[in-house]
Design a protein around this ligand. Structure first.
Ligand code: UDP
Length: 248
């Protein structure tokens, strides 16, 4: 058995090699960053909570026919994943206006969009992850036109599945970010993570605009109780997943 090598350390995860070249081990960290890493901190227990949430959501998506890089969760803060070549794109899907959409368009925060909006951002810290147009994306050869269409289609399908699921948890899926990877056979599959770090999630049982926030905006805007909010998301997901068993 060869010892695992650290392959890459990102803001929220460390990737290690495994004995199987087609698989990597992702270690979820408690570190939190925001505003292109200008704000840094730690959310105690976040690694385990996000790993558990991402595991549940990947399992849900797989069950609904979406191919993901998830293989298994060997430890509380670890995920065994398929090794892919990650596209340098952040695919953002929005159902409700918030964050940069409000800042860049003037749409009031909380505006329900008539249909889901899919956006592509260039995953490039030095450039500040700029919003791309389709033509810029093609100019930079970040994806082929066929891949772009597929990313758009997959993003909308994933949104539909997650929106319904979170709604059953009494949580509104405002927006979220996805990353995709290419397998050796050039298949585009869902990668990275889906968690309160990468989504905006609003508690439907709270009306206060700050009180309802269950995601990284609590850290971004110093709203407090970050860990409690992340835990609450996990608890609701787990409770919902256990419901059918209760009925049997
Ligand atoms: N997002 C993310 N990583 C990024 C940028 C955005 O996970 O590097 C998520 C963010 O949490 C939100 C959605 O993508 O759920 C849309 O973010 P937005 O463009 O509004 O950016 P923000 O102003 O929040 O940085």
């Amino acid at each position: 058995m060869s010892s695992p090598q650290k392959l890459y350390e990102g803001k929220a995860k460390i990737l290690y090699t495994t004995d199987e070249p087609s698989m990597l081990l992702a270690h979820f960290k408690d570190d939190a960053t925001a505003f292109n890493a200008q704000k840094r901190g730690q959310i105690i227990g976040k690694g385990e909570i996000n790993c558990a949430i991402a595991t549940e959501l990947f399992r849900l998506l797989e069950a609904e026919g979406i191919t993901t890089h998830f293989i298994e969760q060997p430890a509380a803060n670890q995920m065994l994943i398929r090794r892919t070549q990650i596209l340098p794109l952040e695919v953002v899907v929005r159902n409700i206006a918030a964050g940069s959409l409000c800042q860049q368009t003037g749409l009031p925060m909380g505006t329900v969009l008539p249909r889901p909006l899919v956006e592509f951002y260039f995953k490039n810290d030095a450039l500040g992850d700029p919003l791309l147009t389709r033509d810029r994306l093609l100019l930079l050869e970040l994806a082929t036109p066929e891949q772009l269409d597929e990313l758009n289609q997959q993003a909308l399908e994933i949104n539909q599945i997650l929106k319904v699921f979170f709604n059953q948890c009494s949580i509104t899926l405002v927006d979220f970010k996805l990353e995709f990877g290419l397998t050796p056979s050039q298949e585009l599959i869902l990668a990275d993570e889906i968690s309160p770090d990468t989504c905006r999630l609003w508690n439907q049982t709270e009306t206060d605009p700050q009180g309802r926030v269950m995601d990284k905006d609590r850290f971004r805007h110093d709203l407090g109780k970050v860990e409690d909010a992340y835990k609450q998301v996990l608890e609701r997901i787990v409770a919902l997943k256990q419901e059918p068993e209760k009925d049997n």
